[in-house]
Design a protein. Structure first.
Length: 210
């Protein structure tokens, strides 16, 4: 296998982007279309797990797949424009590139929907892998040369551990710093503003980037 330039991996929702306004709008549109109530505020307070898991709280089991399809049809129209970058996200990606590292986004969101967010916000990823969660993210992390994985959810720390790379927790989502430490984070940041300095510190002595 050819060696790839080392990368910093990022989760998407609540790590690089604050998608709560967009996802809230998409859930409300889903309720409007299906007549099935989804508490959109509650749903956006616990982003991270797969869409199916959330919809399983609201729809009868035999209707979940159809609800997934409908939600994904509504998503581009409702969820993209209201979504904004998390504080420090733009600067963090720039810092990764300045260090000669690649940016890899690995998310539970469907790849094509994740791509719409990145494109709309002008966030550039060298690689994007979607529809992956927790341990399921590990193969993509290894495959794309991810040396550190940054995420807001305990499941992201599980992904990093499974891939045997340090997990960097950011406490900008539903999980507290204590949750992230307990899930095996090697560092925990309040937000991405602290990432460039942390990377400069931990990347020193970890060998050449390639
Ligand atoms: Mg997340």
């Amino acid at each position: 296998m050819p060696s790839v330039t080392a990368a910093v991996g990022f989760d998407l929702d609540m790590t690089l982007i604050d998608s709560r306004p967009g996802i809230r709008a998409a859930y409300r549109a889903l309720t409007e279309q299906t007549g099935v109530y989804v508490d959109a505020d509650l749903a956006v307070s616990r982003l991270g797990p797969p869409l199916r898991t959330e919809l399983g709280h609201w729809f009868p089991p035999e209707q979940v797949e159809e609800a997934v399809t409908t939600y994904r049809e509504l998503y581009p129209e409702y969820a993209i424009t209201p979504t904004v970058p998390m504080p420090g996200a733009v600067e963090a990606l720039a810092a990764v590139r300045d260090m000669g590292l690649r940016v890899v986004v690995v998310t539970s969101k469907l790849g094509r929907l994740a791509h719409l967010h990145l494109e709309h916000l002008g966030l550039v990823a060298d690689e994007l892998a979607g529809d992956l969660f927790a341990e399921g993210k590990a193969t993509a992390l290894v495959e794309h040369g991810v040396r550190w994985y940054v995420g807001d959810h305990v499941a992201d720390m599980v992904a990093a551990r499974t891939a045997r790379v340090p997990g960097i927790g950011v406490a900008t989502g539903p999980c507290s710093p204590d949750d992230l430490w307990a899930a095996g984070a090697s560092s925990v940041l309040k937000d991405l503003d602290g990432l460039p300095a942390l990377l400069r510190e931990i990347a020193v002595g970890s060998g050449p980037a390639a």
